[in-house]
Design a binder for this molecule. Structure first.
Ligand code: ADP
Ligand code: MG
Length: 619
């Protein structure tokens, strides 16, 4: 039976309940205005608008790991574009464009165009920043744009723009609270659907992979800058649309709601909702908006005075909640809820994985051709020479073992071979092309795949999805296709390939398990499956057998033997000498960064220099 035909738990998936929650949300949105008071409807409108901004932050911060305090500025761009366009008279615009004056759709489009341009420039500058520089950068632009809104004369300074006419779309005027409610929440639901679709797709996996570290993601072929930009622009677009809705709901805009403080509030909403939870955006927005309302009503009663006390109390609450968050309270709550949700199949209705189009494969280079060659590779870290003039080659259908004591420089060598790091001097040639200094995703494209000594998996993602990330370069559907779910055929092929590789390494039954829940030895094997999913011709394995039990080692040796028979070239670092000597065709021994011996396993075992390095030898 083909592995693809296995009826598999792989098709169960944790996020599936979220999809059903969308279906449940639709009648709620349709019916709620009938039972809510006017005041409550207005409050719900504000919550919906805030939820849309927060949803962008869930994607950006919760999923992608990028912190932004500047989202309110994008809301401002959307709101001011809407306000300006809506209050234009035909005579205000040049001939030919006068048709657009007063058009809310034109306001929306204008807002999106400006938002994308501004976010594109800001993203290009700030997304390459690491650590604290990114949030600081977002604060800087948040402040600049806020002051810009107050400075531009046409925007009415700090008094703002009033007299925005009621929203009129396709001949229907939406001027009642309940109509706006349905529009706003309709947009929120669409945004939730689009976000869920994105997360459950190839470009979405790339964004989620950012959490696993840039090195891992790039080694899987992910263009991390592009993945960051995708999340950043999506979040900016959500914020801009929220601004458009805001302008047409309030019928008045002034700079205050787009200040840095608002940006911090949005971040707080994302935190409360449990960053990373799509519906958490709604929960967080509702909590914060209602809490602020409530504090505004309550505090003057308690304190007997009017003032901005709610801001002070709110600030203190933030501190308390942050403390709770860091102890993982929200995370545990979310987990508890998740554990109770039923798992539902994500396979497209009626889809049969056996009928899925298999991904095309690259032909293996003919056995015996040199795949990889290192020429005088040297890597210095300050005064330390971690690799000292290493030269060797590997051919298709060959297993080369690199052995040596801890700290000998083996992992450093692997990093250079896979272009995670570049040699200080020397050359590396992979498939007749010099690769040292290239980005690692470039060599991944050419068929080099690796695993890491310190496992780099996405622990909360399923084993299947982790492996599918390895097949990233074998798909091409982008963000638009993903959001509109036009990527299902390709996605099915990618998941089927991931499933095939999982089965191949013997982890088929764990497809739906979270990667972090597997034993460490299994996680190493999972990394091999992920590497294999890229259809490589060269595999670099850094201590793949560490932590494996005897039977698991046997299975691994058998798998590597099969891969070699298929013509794959394998370089592996391993400390288990029985494993190495039985499996490897040739062995390279390094000590203190230098190559002290190279040859057949039998030669190495009796080499005096090697025995010396191992203080008494390998026996
Ligand atoms: P091995 O994998 O053989 O155990 P490594 O390649 O990890 O050894 O390390 C070789 C030497 O290089 C060690 O002394 C280690 O401390 C040093 N080293 C590795 N990476 C770095 C780095 N990024 N900066 C400074 N020193 C490093
Ligand atoms: Mg190492």
């Amino acid at each position: 039976m083909s592995p693809l035909a296995l009826p598999h738990r792989a098709r169960t998936f944790l996020r599936a309940p979220a999809r059903w929650s969308v279906v449940a949300a639709i009648p709620i949105v349709a019916l709620l205005p009938l039972v809510l008071t006017d005041y409550q409807v207005t409050l719900a409108d504000n919550i919906g608008i805030a939820a849309l901004v927060t949803l962008g932050l869930v994607l950006l911060t919760g999923v992608g790991g990028m912190t932004s305090f500047g989202q309110a500025a994008f809301v401002g761009i959307g709101a001011y574009s809407a306000a300006v366009m809506a209050t234009f008279q035909p005579a205000d615009l040049p001939f030919g464009l006068s048709f657009f004056a007063g058009s809310p759709i034109a306001g929306l489009v204008l807002g999106l165009v400006i938002t994308l341009s501004v976010a594109g420039i800001l993203g290009a500058i700030t997304l390459r920043l690491s650590g604290h520089y990114l949030p600081l950068g977002t604060i800087a632009w948040g402040l600049s744009l806020y002051y810009l809104f107050g400075t531009i004369e046409a925007f009415g300074g700090h008094t703002g723009i009033s007299g925005i006419p009621a929203l009129s779309l396709f001949g229907i005027t939406l001027d009642r609270g309940e109509e706006l409610f349905r529009l706003i929440w309709g947009v929120v639901i669409v945004a939730v659907i689009v976000t869920l679709n994105l997360l459950d797709s190839r470009p979405g996996r790339a964004i989620r992979a950012l959490r696993g570290g840039q090195i891992m993601a790039e080694s899987m072929g992910v263009d991390t800058f592009r993945a960051k930009m995708t999340a950043f622009l999506t979040a900016a677009v959500f914020a801009s649309i929220a601004g458009w809705l805001y302008a047409h709901t309030q019928r008045f805009v002034a700079p205050a709601p787009f200040s840095l403080q608002a940006g911090i509030d949005y971040m707080f909403m994302a935190l409360i909702g449990g960053v990373g939870q799509v519906w958490g955006a709604v929960v967080g927005a509702a909590t914060v908006v209602m809490l602020k309302e409530w504090l505004q009503d309550l505090l003057p009663h308690l304190l007997g005075r009017v003032g901005n006390f709610e801001q002070i109390v709110f600030g203190l609450l933030i501190v308390v909640v942050m403390r709770e968050m860091s102890s993982g309270l929200t995370g545990r709550l979310v987990e508890a809820v998740r554990a109770r949700l039923p798992r539902v199949s994500i396979a497209p209705a009626g889809a049969d994985l056996a009928a899925v189009e298999p991904l095309p494969r690259c032909p293996m280079p003919p056995r015996g051709t040199t795949i990889l060659e290192a020429r005088g590779v040297t890597r210095r870290f300050g005064g330390l020479v971690a690799n000292d003039d290493l030269s060797f080659s590997v051919a298709a259908g060959e297993i080369l073992a690199v052995i040596g004591p801890n700290g000998a420089g083996k992992s450093t060598l692997f990093n250079q071979l896979s272009c995670v790091d570049a040699p200080t001097s020397g050359e590396i040639v992979f498939r007749d092309r010099r690769i040292d200094g290239l980005p690692s995703r470039e060599v991944a494209k050419d068929g080099l795949a690796r695993t890491f000594q310190h496992v780099k998996l996405l622990p909360t993602m399923s084993a299947l999805e982790n492996v599918a990330l390895g097949a990233h370069l074998r798909g091409s559907d982008g963000i638009a296709a993903a959001m509109l779910r036009l990527d299902r055929a390709e996605e099915a092929s990618l998941l089927a390939e991931a499933e095939r590789q999982l089965t191949r390494v013997g982890l088929g039954e764990y497809a739906a398990a979270e990667a972090g829940s597997l034993a460490l030895g299994q996680q190493r094997i999972l990394e091999i499956a992920r590497a294999l999913a890229s259809d490589p011709c060269l595999l670099l394995l850094d201590e793949p057998a560490a932590g494996l039990r005897f039977r698991e080692k046997e299975a691994l040796a058998e798998l590597l033997g099969r891969l070699r028979a298929e013509g794959m070239a394998i370089v592996l670092v391993e400390h288990d000498m029985d494993f190495v000597m039985e499996l490897a065709d040739r062995v390279l021994v390094v000590d203190f960064g230098r190559q002290i011996a190279e040859g057949l396993p039998a030669e190495i075992q009796s080499n005096p220099a090697v025995l010396e390095a191992y203080l008494g030898g390998v026996e």
